[in-house]
Design a protein around this ligand. Structure first.
Ligand code: PHB
Length: 385
C-alpha cells in the first residue's frame, strides 16, 4: 500500500516536472482598469479572458501580468511601457477607455508589440491611426452606434437630444449615431457632453433635454455613470413621456440590475446580449453561469474572445510578438456573439449588431432582441496597414 502511494506521488512529481517545461510559454500583459469609473468592466473582461483559458485547459501556457490603467491615459501609457520594457510581455490584452487607447497607440506601434483591444472603441485605432500591431476584437464606437440612427428613424422617431461623457468615446459614439440619424431624415435638437467620471447629478441635463421637447434622448454612458444616469432618468417624471435610447452599454447585464426598473423600455444597440438563442451562445452562457454564478455581459465575451483570438494565433504557429501580430487577424470563428472575423483592411472586428429592449423577467431584467444587422464592417476611414 505504501509503495503504491509513493509510486503515485513520484508519477505526479514527474508529470508536473515534465509539464513545467512546456508551461507559461506566452506572457500576457492584462492592462485593465481596476479602479475608477470602469473598474467593474475591467474585472469582467479579466474573468472572461481567464474563463476561455480554463475552458480550453490552457491556463498553464500563459504567464499573466496585471496592471491597472485607473482609466487615466497617462497611467495607461506608463503601465503599457512597464509591461513591454520590464515584464517583456509577448502581447498586451485590454484597455477599456478610448482615451487610454489613444494615449498608448504610438507606443505599441513603435515598440511592435501586439495589442488585442478587449474593449476601447476608439475609431481612430482601426482608422487613420491603425497599426498592424493593434487588433480589435471588441467593437468600434461607430460600429455600435451607426445602426441606431436608421433603426430609430424607421420606428418613427424624428427629434432627438443627445448626452454622453466628454471624452473620445462619448464624442465618437454620438457623432456616429447623429450622422446616421440625420442622414435618414431625423433632427438632433440639442445635446451636451458631461464631465467624464465626475458627473453625479444629471438633473440639469435631463431638464435641458426635456425643454427641447424631443421624441427621445440618445446617450452613451457605461459603468458607474450608466447606473447613475439611468436611475436619475427613472426618478424624474421625464421617463413617462421621453423615451431613452442609447448604445447598449447603457443597460449592460453587468449593471442593469443596479439600475432596476428605470431601465425597462430602454432601447439600445450592441454586439452581444446574453439572450441570443444560438448553440454557441447557449453553451457559453450555461458554462459561464456555472463558473461565476452570474449572466455574462458583453465585457465578459470581449475578454473571452480576446483569449480565443490569442490561442488561435498560437495554434497557427505564432511564437513571438511579430508572429502573434501577423496571425491574430486571421483567426475567425462563430462564438457567443455570432460569426466573428477581423477585417484585414483595418484590423477591426466584423460582427453582428443587435438592437435590444430591456424587459422585465420575473424579479429581474432581461434583453429582448428587436432588430439585427449582420456582418457590420467599418469603412477603412484612412487606415493603411
Ligand atoms: C470606451 O472608452 O471606448 C468605452 C468605454 C466603456 C464602454 C464602451 C466604450 O462600455
Amino acid at each position: 500500500m505504501q509503495n503504491w502511494i509513493s509510486r503515485i506521488a513520484v508519477a505526479a512529481v514527474l508529470s508536473t516536472a515534465g509539464a513545467s517545461v512546456a508551461l507559461a510559454e506566452t506572457t500576457v500583459g492584462l492592462l485593465l482598469p481596476k479602479s475608477g469609473v470602469f473598474a467593474a468592466l475591467g474585472a469582467e473582461i479579466d474573468d472572461g479572458f481567464m474563463f476561455a483559458l480554463e475552458e480550453a485547459g490552457r491556463v498553464d501556457e500563459f504567464t499573466i501580468v496585471r496592471e491597472d490603467t485607473e482609466v487615466k491615459p497617462p497611467v495607461g501609457l506608463a503601465k503599457a511601457r512597464k509591461l513591454v520594457l520590464q515584464d517583456k510581455v509577448d502581447t498586451i490584452v485590454g484597455v477599456v477607455s478610448s482615451g487610454v487607447l489613444g494615449a498608448m497607440r504610438d507606443f505599441v506601434h513603435q515598440a511592435e508589440v501586439p495589442l488585442i483591444v478587449a474593449n476601447a472603441g476608439n475609431d481612430h485605432a482601426t482608422g487613420k491611426s491603425c497599426s498592424p500591431y493593434i487588433v480589435r476584437v471588441s467593437f468600434s464606437n461607430s460600429q455600435i452606434n451607426r445602426p441606431m440612427g436608421q433603426w430609430m428613424y424607421d420606428q418613427g422617431v424624428r427629434k432627438i437630444y443627445t448626452l454622453a461623457p466628454d471624452y473620445a468615446a462619448g464624442h465618437q459614439m454620438i457623432e456616429a449615431f447623429s450622422g446616421s440619424f440625420t442622414a435618414a431624415g431625423g433632427e438632433i435638437v440639442g445635446g451636451e457632453f458631461t464631465p467624464f467620471g465626475q458627473t453625479n447629478d444629471f438633473g440639469p441635463y435631463l431638464t435641458s433635454a426635456r425643454a427641447t421637447n424631443p421624441d427621445g434622448i440618445f446617450v452613451f454612458y457605461a459603468g458607474g455613470e450608466a447606473i447613475r444616469f439611468v436611475k436619475q432618468y427613472g426618478s424624474f417624471d421625464i421617463k413617462a413621456d421621453v423615451p431613452l435610447y442609447g448604445s447598449g452599454f447603457l443597460t449592460s447585464p453587468l449593471y442593469v440590475g443596479a439600475e432596476g426598473d428605470a431601465a425597462v423600455g430602454v432601447k439600445a444597440s450592441l454586439h452581444y446580449v446574453p439572450t441570443l438563442d444560438t448553440p454557441e451562445n447557449n453553451a457559453f452562457v450555461a458554462a459561464f453561469q456555472a463558473r461565476f454564478d452570474r449572466t455574462p455581459s458583453e465585457y465578459a465575451v470581449q475578454g473571452y474572445d480576446s483569449a480565443r483570438l490569442l490561442m488561435g494565433a498560437i495554434d497557427a504557429g505564432a511564437t513571438d510578438r511579430a508572429s502573434i501580430a501577423a496571425a491574430l487577424p486571421k483567426v475567425a470563428y462563430t462564438g457567443p456573439r455570432g460569426p466573428l472575423e477581423i477585417d484585414p483592411a483595418t484590423n477591426n472586428v466584423v460582427q453582428n449588431i443587435y438592437i435590444y429592449d430591456t424587459v422585465k423577467d420575473g424579479d429581474g431584467l432581461t434583453q429582448k432582441v428587436v432588430g439585427q444587422l449582420t456582418g457590420v464592417r467599418d469603412d477603412v476611414n484612412g487606415c493603411k496597414l
